[in-house]
Ligand binder design. Structure first.
Ligand code: SAM
Length: 302
């Protein structure tokens, strides 16, 4: 009798009911977006599209699917981001694999990609363009740029071998590996050439603010991808003095920045970069209206 009851319950488990239960569970764990996260975990575990999920709430959930949903639910309740559970994050319309050694790419960083494309299309048109991405992580910035700009080539650097392996896999996945190189080094060390464009989303969170981060960030993003030192500006101080040797005349440098860092980083172009001058320093806002990207264009002549 008990077995029969157990079987009946198993067979009548459906998408709609599982979703309702999971939403309650995630909400109780303090997850800010329980409906969306539950849907993402269920669609992934059942290998169905969001359209199928919405259209068939009565679809049965098999035992194996339910096990996978439970596994995802336990991880999400421990505040692991959905993208890390799925192992993939959408960025600039492309799917990027991520791993524990890579930052989970943020929508904010699309501001830098958008600014870089605007500059590349205005300055270069269809001319060959070389791009250097310092601290490439998953490769999301470089791969997105190469995917958009068929005439561009690029180099991505990082300290993490695992991140670089994944960046290469992401370049392969999106058909740009033939135009991308990845180098394990500290920022620009070992590079002895110039580029038409230098981009970077360096770690910029002030050390003292790290303890305040949401668990999704503090527990799952690598510290080396977040920690910008005492005032958050440590990486910029290392990158800026290298620009004369890295940036071709007429080339542009674009840097992602954190909240309230726009003035300090903009001033660094003037105060810490010797031997070259910049024609203009521009700022781009993210969708929340905060300055997220600072860019400077090197004068074509000394
Ligand atoms: C904020 S994450 C950005 C990752 C990726 N570009 C993105 O936008 O998602 C900073 C990256 O810089 C890398 N990094 C930190 N210190 C570095 C160093 N000294 N040299 C090279 N890369 C470094 C980290 O490993 C991490 O991948």
């Amino acid at each position: 009798m008990n077995n029969q009851l157990h079987n009946t319950v198993t067979l009548t488990r459906d998408l709609g009911g599982v979703h309702r239960d999971l939403v309650k569970e995630l909400r109780a764990s303090g997850i800010a977006t329980p409906e969306l996260d539950a849907r993402l975990l269920i669609c992934h575990a059942c290998a169905i599209t969001h359209e199928r999920f919405a259209a068939s709430p009565e679809r049965g959930v098999s035992e194996a699917e339910f096990e996978r949903i439970r596994h995802g639910a336990a991880r999400r309740s421990a505040r692991e981001p959905v993208s890390r559970i799925l192992g993939v994050r959408e960025f600039w319309g492309l799917d990027f694999e991520i791993c524990p050694q890579t930052l989970d790419p943020r929508p904010d960083t699309e501001t830098l990609v958008s600014a870089a494309l605007e500059i590349a299309r205005k300055d270069g048109g269809s001319e060959p363009l070389s791009v250097l991405d310092l601290g490439t992580g998953s490769g999301c910035i470089l791969v997105s740029l190469l995917h958009e700009l068929g005439h561009a080539t690029g180099v991505g650097t990082d300290m993490s071998i695992q991140a670089l392996e994944l960046a290469r896999a992401n370049a392969l996945r999106h058909g740009v590996a033939g135009r991308a190189q990845f180098l394990c080094t500290s920022w620009h060390e070992g590079l002895n050439r110039t580029f038409d464009m230098v981009v970077a989303n360096p770690p910029y969170i002030p050390e003292g603010d790290l303890a305040e981060l949401e668990p999704e960030v503090a527990l799952y993003d690598p510290r080396v991808a977040l920690d910008g030192g005492g005032d958050g500006l440590g990486a910029y101080r290392k990158i800026m003095p290298a620009l004369p040797a890295l940036l071709a005349p007429g080339g542009s440098v674009l840097l992602e920045i954190g909240d309230g860092q726009a003035n300090d980083v903009s001033a660094m172009f003037r105060d810490t970069v010797r031997d070259i001058s910049f024609d203009e320093v521009r700022q781009w806002n993210d969708i929340a209206g905060r300055v997220r990207c600072v860019a400077a264009k090197r004068s074509p002549r000394p």
